[in-house]
Unconditional design. Structure first.
Length: 120
């Protein structure tokens, strides 16, 4: 079954909106379990979100190499913007450079998965 380009773009947009909502939850809405911090749970969540984000946008747009770089740059800008918004506007949240590094790690991992397993 082929999925149309419109549906693929819609899925990428919906996923983007969902993770944007989740990133904007106040700190009081997040779990406070001590073991989460021991396994860097927050960083793994950021990595996972951005792997899926990159894969969905690559699938939706099917860009050439230059377009792929543009998607990674857009993800980098989105990730740093999320951190600034959390710091300035979301209660009990702060800027965390480590989260942005995790976002970028997820972006590059998503790009690698695309090249290695999907684009073929």
């Amino acid at each position: 079954m082929l999925i149309s380009a419109r549906i693929r773009i819609l899925l990428a947009i919906v996923y983007f909106l969902i993770i944007s909502f989740l990133f904007c939850l106040p700190g009081s809405a997040l779990p406070k379990s001590n073991w989460f911090s021991k396994v860097y749970f927050d960083k793994w969540v950021h990595i996972g979100f951005f792997v899926v984000l990159l894969l969905l946008w690559l699938w939706a747009l099917m860009p050439a190499r230059r377009g792929m770089i543009g998607i990674v740059v857009a993800a980098a800008v989105y990730g740093i913007t999320v951190e600034i918004v959390q710091d300035q506007f979301i209660p009990n949240r702060s800027f965390d450079l480590g989260d942005w590094v995790a976002d970028m790690t997820g972006s590059f991992l998503g790009l690698w998965v695309w090249y290695r397993y999907i684009k073929k």
